[in-house]
Write a protein that binds this ligand. Sequence first.
Ligand code: 4AD
Ligand code: MG
Length: 476
Amino acid sequence: MRTKIKAILLNEQTDYEVTIKGWVRSFRNNQFIALNDGSTINNLQVVIDFENTGEAIIKSITTGAAIQVDGMVIASQGKGQRVEVKASQLTILGDCNAEEFPLQLKNKPSLEYLREIAHLRFRTNTFSAIFRLRHSLAFAIHKFFNEKGFVYLHTPIVTASDAEGAGEMFKVTTLPFENTPRNEDGSVDFKEDFFGRATNLTVSGQLEAELGAMALGEVYTFGPTFRAENSNTARHLAEFWMIEPEVAFNDLKDNMDLAEAFIQYVIRYALDNNRDDLEFLAQRLIEEEKSKPQAERSEMGLIEKLEFVLNNQFERITYTEAIEILLQSKPYKKKQFQYELQWGTDLQSEHERYLVEKHFKKPVIVTDYPKDIKSFYMRQNDDRKTVAAMDILAPGIGEIVGGSQREERLDMLTKRMEEMHIPKEEMYWYIDSRKFGTAPHAGFGLGFERLVLFVTGMGNIRDVIPFPRTPKNAEF
Ligand code: 4AD
Ligand code: MG
């Protein structure tokens, strides 16, 4: 039986025997090992008896080596830790050549360098803290919906439809590259393909979630989604995880209330359960910010920022109000925005960040966007120009949630599908949900990695998913 380091550090008692296994983080004075087993950000100090430990073993205690220690937990003689383990026996489970181990060679490896060795970066404090937090947030998400009586619905990864109608899909096919079967007009004949039709990786589970909500009432999805948008930014992945609740009988206001309560719940969970990791990441952020010019540094520390989000309601404004604010803003007047801005254009990241970071200084929910820049399924407002959409914008990130009240009126929906060239016949199953017992309903999608970015204070989305998929990058 091995005891985890976290349990030892939390245990008030001393003077008991343990067996621990982990990886050496450092070894100093031929006596003190800082040992980590992944259960906590904190290392356990192991004190070895140099005189009675074989030379070969001493030589093998290098950074990165896997070891087993049998010994006694005692009150620490030194400063810096409450307890330590006095080793009675030390076994090398797997040695680690110090001359080759990349994390030994570099003193303080940069995040960019660690991205190149993503298979080893788990072994740093930063990445172990991030992935423990990612886990906790995922758990909190399921806990939140479970407590509210939602049903976790598994929607397909391989699908024949394009939920967003944006055409940013990865094709799924077993057809050969050469001698691909063709129709008379030269297009690929998917009848010969595995599913007998063209298929792709899902961009969103929303449409299927709507079908579930129309019977189960409250459902959510939490799964991988894929977008073949070629945006090489610090906020986009080709493969990301999305949480999509869908609720029958909810309107846009209910949808906003749910999203706000949801985000606050999972942040509170992380603060309550991952304090050590958050404190470590907060310190990391302070160090990182030191290299930035004063004006670009954030005014709040990481934990302060998270607590602020818990204690303040999100600002709620319409798209029209957002445009008015932006047209009055200093950067607009000084022509500092890169992208065009007028009623009808989509908000770009620079506009979103101005609203949250400079104007309101808190998360903002923007509602009622022009219908022409949003998806076909959103409910048209009475003005006929806007739809009941909502985006939640977070400081430092921009859009973190996109959602809407759905168009539940059969005639309005089919008309909109025609206008936007969405294949109505193929999507008969979606239309059926409006034919048979239709009801108002609403939902949203939270980009999981954007949430993890926000909570960890990291700056690049590649650093909050274990194995990032981005243009020209699909290692492992
Ligand atoms: O705004 P989006 O495209 O909305 C939908 O997919 C809806 N079907 C959701 C719904 O109403 N059920 O995406 C939702 C969220 C975004 O706000 C963003 O956080 C995240 O998904 N997202 C991405 N995250 C990482 N990389 C990408 N390429 C992303 N695209 C969207
Ligand atoms: Mg969106």
